[in-house]
Write a protein that binds this ligand. Structure first.
Ligand code: PLP
Length: 395
């Protein structure tokens, strides 16, 4: 019998990708399904970005590039970090990868030893724990309930740190909650980190631009620039510029760590796609006003979905300030349906009214579901009406 590696047996398939493909499967079989599981903008990639890629292709820019990204894209990323985040990096402190997912994968492979602990506040992006496990590290999950806006507190961080702690992962705006850490909250977390010089911090800023706070965007280095030598900032073009399929992410961090991540990448994917790198450069250094209509649409949909959900008995939903997800509490509904978990409730919802959502269990904090509102308003209204109908039958 074929024996798979212990490594692959220790991880699970991405639950969000699984829901998305399950919904697509049911749709293809002729069922009337609304998929609210996908983590990608429904908008098209901006025209000037596509044009840049086409020009690159026509000019024959279709070969391997430098492993860590083209000098032109790295320059654009360095300028972006300066412009948007007030962080200065040298070229050897930047690595371009095949999506934000590969950036974190490289980080885990380059940085985590067997038994090293990585603190991951829950609810978390589904891939962090599994990528840590693949690197033989130990994910230390810290539950952050709705009462604290799904954010880790300094007290929780302090309590979770041990001699084995190597890394803290922060993600703001958050997938799956849309919550954003304020500058003061980041400062308080930084105070704890300063007391523990062995702990590094990964800031996943993937949803930086998808935000409707009046405040500026802040990450941990804005709160504590002195942490720069132990901070790694992860970002990418996938979500902000509706470029999920182009597969470009990037990281900024200490040269030694970035160099090690580059070594991992050089033995796995070689380099990101040449054409996509030109497209990403156009996105990052081009007109940023192209983001405005997308952000305005997300904000409007956010209101629609939050209000719609809160109007349904048994659902309580916080109002996020960013990303394109909501993470409502559905504990009363799980009980009313006589079910045991939000995973069972999600299956029930799909079966009953054809609405696909991702259960909170996938993100490490059950009793909730994640709804992605990266879809048009008519579809969202239809989905809300269906959820209401399903729930009404529970009385
Ligand atoms: N980080 C977060 C928080 C995400 O939600 C995602 C995508 O779902 C990623 C990183 C990775 O994005 P990509 O690999 O598509 O660039």
């Amino acid at each position: 019998e074929l024996q798979l590696s212990d490594r692959v047996n220790s991880i699970k398939p991405s639950p969000t990708l699984a829901i998305t493909s399950k919904a697509a499967e049911l749709k293809a079989a002729g069922k009337d399904i609304i998929g609210l599981g996908a983590g990608e903008p429904d908008f098209d990639t901006p025209e000037h970005v596509k044009q840049a890629a086409m020009q690159a292709m026509n000019e024959g820019f279709t070969k391997y590039t430098a492993v860590d990204g083209t000098p032109a894209l790295k320059k654009a990323i360095i300028e972006k970090f300066k412009r948007d985040n007030d962080i200065s990096y040298e070229p050897n402190e930047i690595l371009v990868s095949v999506g934000g997912k590969q950036s974190f994968f490289n980080l885990a492979q380059a940085f985590i030893n067997p038994g090293d602990e990585v603190i991951i506040p829950a609810p978390y992006w589904v891939s962090y724990p599994d990528m840590v496990i693949m690197a033989e590290g130990v994910p230390v999950i810290v539950k952050c309930p709705a009462e604290q806006d799904f954010k880790i507190t300094p007290e929780q961080l302090e309590a979770a740190i041990t001699d084995k702690t190597k890394l803290l992962v922060l993600n703001s705006p958050s997938n799956p909650t849309g919550m954003i850490y304020s500058l003061d909250e980041l400062k308080a977390l930084a105070e704890v980190l300063k007391k523990h010089p062995q702990v590094y911090v990964a800031s996943d800023d993937m949803y930086e631009h998808i935000r409707w706070t009046s405040d500026k965007f802040y990450n941990i280095l804005n709160a504590a620039p002195e942490l720069k030598e132990r901070a790694i900032i992860l970002n990418g073009v996938s979500k902000a510029y509706a470029m999920t399929g182009w597969r470009i992410g990037y990281a900024g961090g200490p040269a030694k760590l970035i160099g090690a991540m580059k070594k991992v990448q050089g033995q796995s994917t070689s380099c990101p796609t040449s054409i996509s790198q030109v497209a990403a450069e156009a996105a990052i250094s081009g007109d940023q006003n192209v983001l405005d209509p997308m952000i305005a649409a997300f904000e409007q949909r956010c209101d629609l979905v939050v209000d719609g959900l809160n109007a349904i008995k048994g659902i309580t939903c916080l109002r996020p300030d960013g990303a394109f997800y909501v993470y409502p509490n559905i504990v009363p509904l799980i009980k009313a349906a006589g079910l045991k978990s939000c995973t069972e409730f999600s299956a029930w919802l799909l079966e009953k009214v054809g609405v696909a959502v991702v259960p909170g269990d996938a993100f490490g904090l059950g009793g909730h579901m994640r709804i992605s509102y990266a879809t048009d308003e008519a579809t969202l209204k239809d989905a809300l009406a269906r959820i209401e109908k399903a729930v009404a039958e529970l009385d």
